[in-house]
Write a new protein. Structure first.
Length: 169
């Protein structure tokens, strides 16, 4: 083999090496995006379960047995949360989820941390918390995991739902 053929061979090997590295990098990047998507869907599923579970409960402790005639009978904004002796999963009303935190470790793929906040809102501005009783409560659920996002930036999945009290005679 002469010098020209050796240079062509070295050049071909260099091009092959660069191509293999780029394909490998694309495969790893695709796998990372795929896993991030799977963990995101799982986090949304966990958060949706909490929101649906909260929405199945009574609007307020005062209305768990009888109809509520006045907002003054509702739980005070500073007292939202589980009553003394109430523990998850035995909550009996929507606002018991205020301050609820849980860590899901029984899944084989990842660990998830769930935290909830419940507060009163006005229907014309549901993103603003109010410090007085209304017929509308909002739950914010945040789900985090070390497996969602990259090492530089961790993502948090956030879900919200408004629960309103309606009573028709």
């Amino acid at each position: 083999m002469n010098t020209g053929q050796s240079l062509l061979t070295i050049g071909a090997m260099l091009i092959l090496s660069v191509t293999v590295l780029r394909v490998n990098n694309n495969i790893l990047s695709t796998n990372s995006i795929l896993m991030d998507s799977k963990f995101g869907v799982l986090a949304v599923s966990l958060g949706t379960s909490i929101v649906e579970e909260a929405n199945k409960k009574a609007f307020d402790l005062a209305g768990s047995e009888d109809a509520i005639a006045s907002v003054d009978l509702l739980t005070a904004p500073g007292s939202l949360g589980p009553a003394f002796g109430e523990f998850y999963p035995d909550f009996n009303d929507f606002d018991d989820f205020n301050g609820f935190q849980d860590t899901i470790t029984n899944l084989p793929s990842a660990e998830f941390r769930i935290s909830c906040k419940v507060y009163y809102i006005e229907p014309n501005n549901p993103d603003v918390k109010v410090n007085y009783r209304t017929w509308h409560k909002k739950i914010d659920v945040a789900i985090t995991s070390p497996n969602i996002g990259s090492n530089e930036r961790r993502d948090t999945v956030k879900l919200s739902s408004v629960f309103s009290y309606w009573y028709f005679r």
